[in-house]
Design a protein. Structure first.
Length: 81
């Protein structure tokens, strides 16, 4: 379990010195790429199961990226001693 100290990296996938604006920019670009790929796959009309799974993927990506961005924002609010 991670402790919530000011020097702990709560988001291990992000560097400690990245700010939330850069995080939002990159998450937006990643989200766009994922949406483009999902649209390409849906355009192939493979099967309804794949389509519903991709809708689930997009919903999951949206909420996970929102959580990452919120954590990055809150991490930047804590003053360093």
């Amino acid at each position: 379990m991670l402790s919530a100290g000011p020097h702990k990296n709560v988001l291990p996938m992000l560097p400690m010195n990245v700010h939330s604006i850069a995080t939002a920019h990159h998450l937006t670009r990643l989200s766009g790429e994922i949406h483009d790929n999902v649209n390409d796959i849906n355009g192939m009309e493979i099967s309804p199961e794949v389509s519903s799974g991709l809708k689930s993927l997009l919903e999951s990506v949206k909420w996970r990226f929102t959580d990452i961005l919120m954590q990055a924002w809150l991490r930047g609010v804590d003053p360093l001693p």
